[in-house]
Write a protein that binds this ligand. Structure first.
Ligand code: ADP
Ligand code: MG
Length: 337
């Protein structure tokens, strides 16, 4: 059974312009060489594999989503929602011309196919009885520098100026998503990846180039502007989501505040019911400006919290020298297609 959500087909057949290049989103698995025997990442909604676009030799990450690939027994509704969310966000970004923000993973295209195409190349099913299901493929730039969670686990707390750079970059990424009407709803260190690069005292990460990934919880803001439904990860989810009274893009700002807290403290998750003391529990070396910034980001009252765009004007982020423009995979992908 082939299922395509929304007007995905239209999006996939519409080539778009990026600079002077015509970029054609991929449409079938045959366009790629993929090693399905060893995933580069596993998540709640699917497995991710490294691949190569045969025509251009571009390295890509391919996220596969299907009920047949989920280990969780009760994962049916979750993977259905994940596929729908990821498809709608990819579609929105592609229809928008696919113009990537340097702090959001670059999406190239998505399509669905028969699962047998992949099992023949080594893809392992968790539920053999679902072998006739379709599988959904989401093709993105390949990010090989590990996640922010990996870096926190390996290196512990960051210096304030490193956390400051990363927060600014992530805030810029979030502001660009919100501008497109996309709310991420699962901002956390595990959903921030880096390209393989050097240049920081905190391991080999590019402080200016963190990328938000994973749109399986993301939604498009509806016309009435209010979102409902529980989503996110414990320790990072905004209180208004848990209160189930309707919420908006500022839920991502709260989560980014929790990510900042993790960066400044070494990645220990703030306990859901103990957020009130989060700022006071920071290491004593953390500046008053950083404390006040974090305080505003994790305000339990979303009305008092800045939007991602407004947070960029807060004194702590304004203290940074302006960042050099980031270059890398985005330019590479967009010019070769
Ligand atoms: N573009 C990418 N490049 C490299 N690895 C990736 C990429 N996207 C995802 N991954 C890896 O796959 C894992 C799961 O992907 P993610 O999109 O977060 O799925 P889930 O919705 O299941 O959490 C990530 O934690 C990461 O390790
Ligand atoms: Mg994830």
């Amino acid at each position: 059974m082939r299922r395509v959500y929304g007007s995905a087909v239209a999006a996939l057949h519409r080539p778009f312009m990026a600079g002077t290049c015509r970029v054609k989103p991929p449409q079938c698995l045959g366009e790629f060489a993929v090693d399905f025997t060893s995933p580069i990442g596993m998540g709640a909604c699917g497995s991710v594999f490294a691949g190569r676009h045969l025509e251009t030799n571009c390295e890509v990450a391919i996220k596969t989503m299907s009920r047949a690939l989920l280990t969780a027994e009760a994962g049916g509704p979750q993977v259905e929602a994940g596929i729908k969310n990821e498809s709608e966000v990819f579609e929105r970004v592609l229809l928008d011309g696919g113009m990537p923000h340097p702090n959001v993973v670059e999406v190239m295209g998505f399509f669905d196919g028969q699962i047998t195409e992949a099992t023949e190349k080594g893809l392992k099913l968790c539920h053999d009885e679902l072998a006739d299901e379709s599988v959904h493929y989401f093709v993105m730039e390949l990010l090989e520098g590990g996640s922010l969670q990996d870096h926190l686990d390996q290196h512990g707390a960051m210096k304030e100026d490193e956390a400051q750079q990363l927060t600014r970059s992530l805030c810029e990424g979030l502001a660009s998503l919100h501008e497109k009407g996309i709310v991420h709803r699962d901002v956390k260190p595990g959903n921030v990846l880096f390209r393989k690069t050097c240049g920081s005292t905190h391991g080999d990460i590019d402080l200016q180039g963190p990328k938000l990934i994973d749109f399986s919880h993301a939604v498009i803001v509806p016309a009435e502007g209010i979102l409902t439904g529980e989503s996110g990860t414990r320790g990072y989810v905004a209180p208004e989501i848990l209160a189930d009274k309707g919420y908006g893009p500022k839920c991502d700002v709260f989560s980014l505040g929790c990510v900042l807290h993790a960066m400044l403290t070494g990645g220990r998750l703030p306990k859901r019911h103990a957020r009130v003391g989060m700022v006071t529990r920071l290491p004593s070396s953390v500046s008053p400006e950083a404390r006040s910034f974090l305080d505003s980001m994790i305000s339990c009252d979303a009305g008092l919290r800045p939007s991602a765009a407004d947070a960029l004007s807060e004194p702590w982020l304004q203290m940074l020298p302006s960042l050099a423009p980031t270059t890398g995979a985005s330019d590479r992908l967009l010019t070769v297609f």
